[in-house]
Write a protein that binds this ligand. Structure first.
Ligand code: MRU
Length: 362
């Protein structure tokens, strides 16, 4: 991919840099983020996206708010920054989690410059934590892929994924893709069905690009193809990411995930969600009722970007004036989830299963 990570601190310039995911795979650009507002814009405009990366960007946003502070009441200003960041995207809980943890490191006993340093350290630590979580999710998910591979006599394990829960959505490796990367590295034959993931096409544009860069065999399919493939035994397992998982195991993820889970259940295909504990909302017990679902600009539905004669163009694909709706996420009820692949292991998508891995949350 050129850049080993999706987001990093540029020490010389004292600012944050990230890959601009709006233009991939047609252009690979780097964006500088040097203020709170730029951090928030990066999140809302989806320069950065994916639950773990949004969380880390928000943590850096808190650092930048402190770095640029020139007012009177530091504490009040940081709470304002926190609310401003939290209002950027509602569904991925990693964002609110990171902002709240950042607020908690600020101390009234310390100077602004000491607090700024602590916020920087927090953002860097969160980033390192997410890297470690992805690695462990990969190792835990790898065992599931190995088990399936052992029964396939050298035939590739067929994995279907939705959206991009890859290294672009995290810092390194990804969540849903982490076991895939490790399986590929281990020489296990695999092939990935990549849902295009309308309307933003994170699968077609980002996951396919990522897997291509890594040399992992994959095929992009329209979002509606998965059920057909499952009916014809062409999918061995589904692995998706998550933007927010409730304590009872309901999984919010990119719109369309629920339909994949329904098809998987009907065809007895195991359906896994891979997620770090930073994506678990420990307060919630009913995903459909309680998880806020982002609604985005209708232009994402009515317009589509593509390449024509080597130039990137935006096209309108429906009649002007046709009403559109753009729900960003849906919730897959726990009963449809075979298991959760976390950094601590694989568990049932139940309160008991989750708390067994995370007993300190009891
Ligand atoms: O709208 P996006 O692109 O931020 O949505 C991302 C997803 O739905 C991912 O699957 C999810 O955040 C998991 S990322 C590891």
């Amino acid at each position: 991919m050129g850049n080993p990570q999706t987001i990093w601190y540029n020490k010389e310039k004292d600012l944050i840099e990230t890959v601009d995911q709006r233009y991939l795979p047609f252009q690979n650009l780097i964006v500088e983020i040097s203020t709170l507002d730029e951090a928030r814009f990066a999140i809302t405009d989806m320069i950065v996206r994916g639950a773990p990366l949004i969380g880390v960007t928000a943590a850096y946003g808190m650092y930048l708010a402190a770095l640029n502070f020139s007012g009177i009441d530091f504490n009040q200003e940081m709470h304002r920054a926190a609310d401003w960041l939290k209002s950027s995207r509602p569904t991925a809980v990693n964002l609110a989690f990171a902002v709240d943890e950042a607020l908690a490191v600020i101390s009234g006993q310390k100077t602004v410059s000491e607090n700024t340093q602590m916020l920087f350290d927090y953002a860097e630590n969160l980033k390192q934590r997410e890297i470690g979580f992805s690695k462990n999710i990969g190792l835990n998910g790898l065992e599931l892929i190995k088990t399936i591979s052992d029964k396939k006599n050298g035939e590739p394990v067929q994995i279907l994924t939705h959206c991009n829960a890859g290294r672009l959505a995290c810092i390194e490796l990804g969540t849903a893709t982490a076991p895939i990367y490790l399986a590929y590295e281990a020489g296990i034959p695999i092939h990935v069905w990549v849902d295009e993931t309308r309307p933003r096409n994170q699968g077609a544009r980002l996951t396919a690009w990522e897997l291509g860069e890594a040399g992992i065999p994959h095929t992009v399919i329209p979002d509606n193809a998965g059920g057909h493939l499952m009916q014809h035994q062409m999918v061995d397992m589904v692995i998706v990411g998550s933007d927010r998982t409730t304590l009872n195991g309901d999984v919010a993820n990119k719109i369309g995930t629920y339909l994949k889970a329904l098809a998987a259940a009907d065809n007895e295909v195991p359906f896994y969600a891979a997620l770090p504990s930073t994506t678990i909302d420990w307060r919630l017990n009913d995903g459909v009722a309680e998880i806020p679902i982002e609604q985005r600009d209708g232009r994402e539905v009515s317009m589509m970007e593509g390449v024509l004669n080597n130039e990137v163009h935006e096209f309108r694909i429906i009649l002007e004036g046709s009403p559109v709706a753009n729900y960003g996420f849906d919730v897959t009820p726990a009963r449809l989830v075979t298991g959760l692949i976390t950094e601590r292991g694989v568990c049932k998508a139940t309160r008991e299963g989750i708390l067994e891995l995370f007993p300190e949350k009891r």
